[in-house]
Design a protein around this ligand. Sequence first.
Ligand SMILES: C[S@@+](CC[C@H](N)C(=O)[O-])C[C@H]1O[C@@H](n2cnc3c(N)ncnc32)[C@H](O)[C@@H]1O
Length: 242
Amino acid sequence: MAQEEGGSLSEVRARVGASHGITDLGHKLHFYDRWAPDYDQDVAALQYRAPRLAVDCLTQALPGPPHAALILDVACGTGLVAAELQARGFLQLHGVDGSPGMLERARARGLYQNLSLCVLGQEPLPSSEGTFDAVLMVGALSDGQVPCSAIPELLRVTKPGGLVCLTTRTNPSNLHYKEALEATLDRLEQAGAWERLVAWPVDRGNWPHPSLRWCPELLTAMGSSLASSTCTESRRGPRWRE
Ligand SMILES: C[S@@+](CC[C@H](N)C(=O)[O-])C[C@H]1O[C@@H](n2cnc3c(N)ncnc32)[C@H](O)[C@@H]1O
């Protein structure tokens, strides 16, 4: 059914492959605008599991009942992460995305209390410091999407001691970005800005990066080290289990 509506599996693969090849953010967001009506059925055909795995990761790490947690879903797309969150009892959901077309789909899902248009890397998140118990970003950390330099903005809006859960792709076309992300996270951890809690690799496709606990008292050090483009390279190797 999904394949009949959204095209054959090979067409879906071609469409997703094309999206991975777009490295200009403006073009990528336009691509998502056009893809929005077919996105859910296309990724279902490809057995896209990142939203479920990320929410598994969050559920295990989050102290306290899910209904009490205020969650921000960054690059929320059509709201697949919200659907997983709601199924686990998370009820207070906010979302942001840079594609109006994807946001329209997310709004139609009716699961978010608040949705905003926001292009990460170009503008700040529309929230005050320390607002959210947890911040997730699923499927948007790659070239042409959310730059690694936007990670501190996720930390800014996370409550002291809150959680950040990220996913990135491990396939060859994303290796360069993944290494840059790992280096960014490593530098942040060395700066004491957050603590790595879980590394949860998945055999293919997206995998939830660690959930990370933010140490707010070190925000200034973390912010200043990342505001500069001259961050020293980490002397430690990546510490992900793969
Ligand atoms: C592959 S979709 C993932 C959507 C959703 N998180 C999911 O897992 O189904 C990537 C989403 O990231 C959004 N996006 C990409 N780059 C962005 C940026 N710099 N700022 C905001 N949103 C961005 C796109 O508009 C798109 O909705």
